[in-house]
Every structure is written in C-alpha cells, then in structure tokens.
Write a protein that binds this ligand. Structure first.
Ligand code: SF4
Length: 463
C-alpha cells in the first residue's frame, strides 16, 4: 500500500487522509470482530420507513434522472454530460471540453463485465466490474463506484479507456484517491508544458498532456515515491513550494488538497460548497448539487430556498441558503450513516423519510427542525476545529484559475468577486463572523456548544 510510504494523496476510501495517518503511525490495519447485535427501538416502524426509502430509489418510481442512469451506466454517465456542457476539468482545467473524449457507451460495451452493488444497499447497482481484454493493458481488471478515475482522462488529455482503467487499478491497489493523483499529475503536466520543469526534473519522462505512458509512469512513481514521483507524492501544494518559479499559479487545490472533478465556474453552488468545506474540497458534504425536477417536487416539502434560483448555475441568488442547508442536512444524514449516492430523488430535498428512519431506530422522537439542527451542530463543531487549526475566511476559496480565468470555448467567465458575495451571504446565514469565518458566541450557545465557545475564547485570548 502507498499508505506505508505516507503518500500525501492518500485515501481510496474517500481521500480523507486516513491512510496517511495509518502509514505515519506504522499501523497496517484495524480488525474489528463484533458479537451480539444492534437493537432497533421500533423494528416495525423502522422497516416501514426503510421500505419507503427503498421505493423512492426504485427504478420504476424514481423522478431523479440520475438514479436510473447511475444504475445502468455508473457515474460515467457524467462524462458525456460534462463534456457537452463544457464542465470537464480538461488539461488541468484550462479547458471545459475535449474534442474527442471517453464515452460511457464505450466503457459499458467494451470493458464492463458486470454491475455490482454494495451489501445490503438499497441503491440499484451503483458500481461496475471491468476488464481490459486486449492491448498493452490486457488482463487488468477491477471495480469502480466513482467517476473520478474516468475524468482523469480529460484532466491529463488522454482519450483512452484502457489507460484510464489502468490508472484506476493502480490507484485502487495502492489506496490512492484518484482525484488527488490526477490533479497532481495534470498540474505537473502544465508546469512541464510551460517550461517550469523539464525532463531533468521528471527523470526523463516527457510529461506532456496526452502522453498516456507518461501519465501511467508518473502514477507508478508517485506510488513508489520514486524520483519526481516523490515530489508529487507530497501533494501538489508542497510540490509547488519545492519547485517554485511561479508553479503555484497552476495549482488546483483548496486548503492544501487537490480539488474534485466538479465544475466550479459553471455552477456557483459547487464553487461555494467546495470553498467552505471544513476538510478541504469534498463533495460528500453537500451532494448532490442539482435538484430532482423542481416541478415534480411535492408541495409540502419544507425547503428553505427557492430551488429554481438556488440551483441555477451562474446566479449568486440563494446560494448561501442552499449550501448551508445542504451542509446541515448531509451532516446529519451521513451520521446515520448513509451514502451520498443514496441521497437522491426527493430523498435529497425531503428529510422526512430520513427522520422517520432515525426516530424509529433510536426512539428519539426528534422534530424535523431538531433533526436538521443536529447537522448544524456538527458543521459548527467542525468549523471550530479548523479555526483552532488556524483556518480563516481567506482559506475558504477556490483555485486562482476558477476565480480569474474564463473557459473560452464555453463562453464561461471566471467566478471573480461572486465568490466573496456568496461567502458573505453564507457566513451571515450561519451566524459566523463575516470577516474571519469564526462562529459567533450566540450561535455556538444556541446550538448547545458552550464548551466550544469557551475553547475558542481561550484561543483568542492567547493569540
Ligand atoms: S452504499 Fe453507496 S457506494 Fe455503496 S453500493 Fe450503496 S450507493 Fe453505492
């Protein structure tokens, strides 16, 4: 495992750096053996609530376009959609499209061997097993549940399923997060093409966009921390500090971590959500960034934003309200726990089925407001944690490229000052200080987090 080599860009299980910590502590694995069972307060109500949720994910009943498409084509359905919309982060996000790009149809017809789902998961097959049967990568096989690995093709300018599948297998076996690796390599490719680094730096590798062999070779070097791979294994921010020469201009990182394959310049809800994420760019905290068909939403679902405005890509209206609500609700849902892929259909906007499940399981008898407040408390606690670690408003941002550079072929302007306007809105709604992004005393006390305020106060006093 790359964990043992403490590669910064670690984390097949979600890129959260658990592998790095384990590697640092010389911890190989944690084995847990359970005895006994988990009791449920009201099994009959719990089963009824679960069945209601399962029905909403049923392919016959769903009103969410992504449920069936995800199920048939996996997350790779997004490839065509992203390319058509100009939402790809192609060539290190210099462009939004590739003339010729990987398609989900080719993936399904040539490489997928069977669909796959998680044990006991109500979602109808979100993953696939794949195999490459010919060519230089013949014999490689693996599985996937995430589109990140396929987007790597556009990111490094490679239009080849076998190469992308090889990349997936390499990262998966080493415990690496594909997003981190692909953005580190695409950043290095841009630096190479701009003459900031050369073949002497890369150990003779011609690290140009579109060079499939260089892409795979550099991935292997990162895993083994060999030569220039050792520099990239520190994460692209640290690599930029080592290289200097203005290379930091081309970084695609937020709070020290490589971004995700989500369009920020075209969808401001994504830009805001990625920028304020406490643990660096992480889609699971606010996913999905699109609604089910707003016209199909039942009228009695209480949501505190206007879905038409809030989900409109380049419109700053209602973005703060939307992102706050997404964060609070996902924080409590992920604590149940559930999975972001399951939060679909009306389950993405209607919290009542989840509340029923929670109450039946625990007997807590929470109201809907109390349920969402649990999420708000989690977000505030996490924010206080990162404040203690020194993060402030200046760290809630997106890469320079997204703020300053347009996507020319898509007529998409940079985000510019709009991010600041959305941040002002977001912090105000959260009850945080707008200048520093530190939670205010009243807010923490309202959430029963007095002890957190006491800690923050001490910290302020000592600084
Ligand atoms: S829990 Fe999530 S990732 Fe796992 S199989 Fe279900 S939908 Fe897919």
């Amino acid at each position: 495992m790359a964990d043992e080599k403490v590669v910064f860009t670690i984390g097949h299980t979600g890129g959260r750096g658990c592998g790095t910590i384990m590697g640092d502590k010389n911890l190989k694995a944690i084995a847990v053996r359970g005895t006994g069972g988990v009791s449920v307060k009201d099994p009959v109500k719990f089963l009824q609530a679960y069945r209601r949720i399962k029905k909403l994910l049923d392919l016959k009943d769903t009103i969410d376009v992504f449920t069936p498409s995800w199920s048939f084509m996996s997350a790779n359905v997004l490839l065509q959609l992203f390319n058509e919309q100009g939402w790809l982060q192609a060539y290190n996000a210099q462009r939004g499209r590739m003339e010729s790009f990987l398609t989900g149809e080719e993936y399904i017809s040539k490489y997928v061997t069977r669909p796959e789902t998680g044990f006991c998961c109500p979602f109808p097959a979100c993953g696939r097993r794949f195999e490459v049967k010919e060519g230089k990568y013949s014999g490689i096989s693996g599985d996937e549940r995430e589109v990140g690995f396929a987007m790597s093709g556009a990111n490094v300018g490679v239009n080849s399923w076998p190469a992308v599948l090889k990349f997936r297998v390499l990262c998966n076996r080493a415990g690496l997060d594909e997003f981190h690796v692909m953005f580190a390599i695409s950043w290095a490719m841009e630096c190479f093409e701009r003459g900031i680094i050369n073949k002497e730096d890369t150990g003779g590798i011609d690290l140009k966009f579109g060079n499939e062999d260089a892409f795979i070779k550099m991935t292997e070097k990162i895993i083994s921390r060999d030569g220039f791979g050792d520099t990239l294994a520190r994460g692209s921010e640290e690599a930029a500090q080592i290289i200097g020469k203005g290379s930091e201009k081309y970084l695609l990182t937020i709070k020290g971590r490589e971004i995700e394959g989500m369009p920020q310049r075209s969808c401001y809800q994504i830009a805001l959500a990625l920028s304020v994420c406490e643990n660096g760019p992480d889609h699971t905290r606010w996913y999905p960034p699109y609604p089910p068909n707003p016209k199909a939403l039942p009228k009695d679902i209480p949501i505190p934003f206007d879905p038409f405005k809030a989900f409109q890509g380049r419109n700053i209206e209602d973005k703060g309200r939307l992102v706050k609500w997404l964060y609070d609700t996902r924080a409590v849902l992920e604590s149940l726990p559930t999975c972001v892929f399951v939060i679909r259909n009306t389950l993405g906007v209607d919290m009542k089925p989840w509340l029923e499940l929670y109450n039946a399981c625990t007997g807590a008898n929470c109201t809907l407001d109390e349920f969402i407040k649990i999420g708000e408390r989690i977000v505030n606690l996490e924010r206080a944690y990162v404040v203690r670690e020194g993060f402030r408003r200046k760290d809630d941002t997106v890469p320079r490229r997204m703020l300053e550079e347009p996507i020319l072929e898509n007529y998409c302007p940079p985000i510019g000052k709009n991010l600041d306007l959305m941040l002002d809105d977001y912090y105000t709604l959260r009850g945080w200080d707008v200048k520093s992004a530190i939670p205010r005393e009243e807010k923490l006390k309202e959430l029963g987090l007095d002890f957190v305020w006491d800690d923050l106060k001490k910290m302020r006093g000592s600084s």
